[in-house]
Design a protein. Structure first.
Length: 249
């Protein structure tokens, strides 16, 4: 009888430990880290490890500790994390206060100059629309081109749109159509983005016809250029999970 109670006691103890572990894991879903991980990552982050900064940022953000999250966001941006730099830009401009715009642009431009495609796209958008910066379509095209050359499909689409809008020559229209073809080579036509690109192709072809050029010729030359250049265009994949973070451990 005594042995029976010992066995039951051990079983209850093991069950309680199991339940505790399940609750602990549940609490750490999202971007949460354990206290041990936080202690390990903090000195690494302070020494300039941008992955550690990123993980701590998402941990504190997930825990609604905004001040700590912002601290590690700035640390990551300072140490050169382009994702953190873009997020900091969006945060500062989100205040809708012009006094923050100058600093915000510094962070965005750092990421763009260091070949981060989402930042290059954002720079192009800023110059196309104006407001935070003076509207400048030449600079918008420059940054869309940078993003497109780095394999960012949204930049390819926006570049095609802008070139089409401004086109006066057949060469420009061929260039615009070429970028839609490169974008479609990297995505399924039936996806929402694929349909956006397909619609842009129709717009470009209407401009071709309106300017009196041969549609079939433009398509043929654009395809030849696309095949010649496509091997030099990387395929940029947007991270499913923000840099350095894990959904659930």
């Amino acid at each position: 009888m005594k042995l029976k109670y010992i066995v039951i006691g051990l079983a209850l103890l093991l069950m309680g430990t199991f339940i505790y572990k399940m609750v602990e894991v549940s609490d750490r879903c999202g971007y949460r880290l354990s206290s041990i991980e936080v202690r390990e990552l903090t000195p690494l982050a302070e020494q300039g490890d941008i992955d550690a900064c990123s993980r701590l940022r998402f941990h504190y953000s997930d825990a609604d500790q905004d001040e700590r999250a912002h601290y590690w966001l700035r640390k990551g941006a300072t140490y050169g994390d382009p994702n953190a730099q873009v997020v900091l830009f969006e945060l500062l401009t989100g205040y809708r206060n012009p006094q923050y715009y100058k600093e915000a642009l510094v962070w965005l431009k750092k990421a763009a100059i260091n070949h981060y495609p989402p930042a290059q796209l954002r720079m192009g958008e800023l110059y196309k629309v104006g407001g935070i910066v003076d509207r400048d379509l030449n600079k918008a095209e420059y940054w869309f081109q940078k993003g497109a050359n780095n394999g960012y499909r949204r930049s390819m689409l926006y570049l095609s749109e802008l070139i089409t809008e401004r086109a006066k020559t057949i060469r420009e229209l061929i260039e615009a159509y070429k970028w839609t073809m490169i974008a479609l080579s990297q995505v399924e036509l039936q996806t929402p983005f694929g349909r956006e690109v397909s619609q842009q192709q129709e717009i470009t072809m209407k401009k071709v016809g309106a300017l009196g050029y041969n549609v079939a010729f433009v398509k043929r030359v654009a395809e030849r250029l696309m095949r010649a250049e496509i091997e030099n265009i990387p395929k940029y994949e947007i991270p499913k999970v923000p840099f350095g973070s894990r959904k659930c451990r």
